[in-house]
Design a protein around this ligand. Structure first.
Ligand SMILES: NC(=O)c1ccc[n+]([C@@H]2O[C@H](COP(=O)([O-])OP(=O)(O)OC[C@H]3O[C@@H](n4cnc5c(N)ncnc54)[C@H](OP(=O)(O)O)[C@@H]3O)[C@@H](O)[C@H]2O)c1
Length: 341
């Protein structure tokens, strides 16, 4: 095969800049702010928490300019252009709509809500306000996925027939209580499944049929599932998702003329092998950003989209996020334990 395509991503520096505000000063917010400030030209000007004290502590720890004591105060700040929502899933719809109604562009952590209805409510609020709303499906913004998208679009591995994705990590109850709490949208399906079903859709297109089985923990949240997604023309994707045990994190996309095989967990900046016929080449991320440092890419892509006057992400459009949420809704119904009379 000829050389692999070049990654077509928004550069981390030198492009348009947004003044970001963060809601939800927890684990991912810290990692996001750190990599955005270290690796991009974006500014993070404010952080909002349900407690002013927690916001102030986060601002001091992560170099954010100011702290406020409520999401409402954050979205009212005239010097914030765009809001990054990093709370548990259960708050994504309310805070996404709050930000859009206040006229702010909004990037919402994955999954964009608990259901497709939540995602639609965010989309509609953004449309009304004329702002951009996007799900922070950061994996799609990584250079590697730009290369994979081009390989699929160019037909370099022939017609895609099969995809696999195994997404999961063992989550101790004490380390991440939100994942074990039904009220906060806990469970493996929403937290990890969103990556697996997004990848399935990315690889084989829209789902025509889904089959799934799952298991539930004592708290009432799903802790593991396996599913088969069938798309047009009998394309198939098989996924496993678990927070009960760490699985490989690997995935593959197999076509009639070759295959893409991830060599590292696909959610992160990863290496993958591309086979066409008997030739195999390995693509490696040379950006220097490892693991969650890769969260930086989506911030510059969103800033570029806003500067271009767009109200949707060209990389991960909100309709794709809604479609994935519909897949998660279907899987939730399929794996639900039988109700007792
Ligand atoms: N892209 C990724 O790699 C990645 C990785 C991890 C998580 N995430 C996503 O990011 C989101 C947050 O996850 P996280 O692990 O960072 O969560 P976390 O550490 O529990 O932090 C969430 C923050 O949200 C705020 N919050 C607002 N309403 C809340 C409520 N009702 N209950 C609890 N906290 C509330 C809390 O701050 P205050 O109480 O101070 O307001 C808390 O610090 C999730 O949707 C998750 O899927 C993404």
């Amino acid at each position: 095969m000829h050389a692999l395509p070049h990654a077509d991503v928004t550069p981390l520096r030198g492009g348009p800049t947004l003044r970001w505000g963060v809601i939800g000063p927890g684990g991912i917010a810290g990692d996001w702010v750190d990599t955005v400030l270290r690796n991009t030209g974006q500014r993070v000007v404010a952080v909002g928490s349900r407690s002013l004290e927690r916001a102030e502590r986060f601002a001091a720890e992560h170099g954010v300019e100011r702290a406020v004591g409520s999401p409402e105060a954050l979205v009212a700040d005239p010097e914030v252009d765009a809001v990054y929502v990093a709370t548990p899933h259960s708050e994504h719809r309310r805070l996404g709509v709050l930000a859009a109604d206040a006229g702010k562009h909004v990037l919402i952590e994955k999954p964009i809500g608990l259901t497709a209805d939540d995602a639609i409510a965010v989309r509609d609020a953004a449309r009304r306000a004329g702002v951009l709303a996007a799900e922070a499906m950061w994996t799609r913004y990584l250079p590697g996925f730009s290369v994979v998208a081009q390989l699929l679009q160019n037909g370099d591995i022939g017609d895609v027939r099969l995809a696999t994705a195994d997404i999961g990590w063992q989550v101790p109850r004490t380390a991440a209580p939100r994942l074990w709490d039904p009220a906060l949208g806990g469970g493996a399906l929403l937290d990890m499944g969103v990556y697996a079903f997004w990848f399935a859709r990315f690889a084989i297109g829209a789902a025509h049929r889904i089959e799934a089985v799952g298991s539930f923990a004592a708290e009432g949240v799903d802790d593991q599932l396996a599913a088969v997604v069938t798309g047009a023309d009998h394309r198939m994707a098989a996924v496993t998702v678990s927070m009960a045990a760490g699985n490989t994190g690997l995935g593959s996309i197999v076509g009639t003329g070759g295959a893409i095989r991830f060599l590292d967990p696909l959610v992160f900046p990863a290496r993958f092998a591309v086979r066409t016929g008997s030739d195999e080449q390995v693509w490696e991320d040379t950006s220097g950003l490892v693991l969650r440092e890769g969260l930086a890419w989506q911030s510059t892509a969103i800033a570029q989209a806003v500067a271009d006057g767009l109200t949707d992400s060209p990389v991960h459009p909100i309709e794709n996020a809604i479609e994935v949420m519909r897949m998660l809704d279907s899987v939730r119904d399929l794996i639900a334990p039988p109700t007792r009379e």
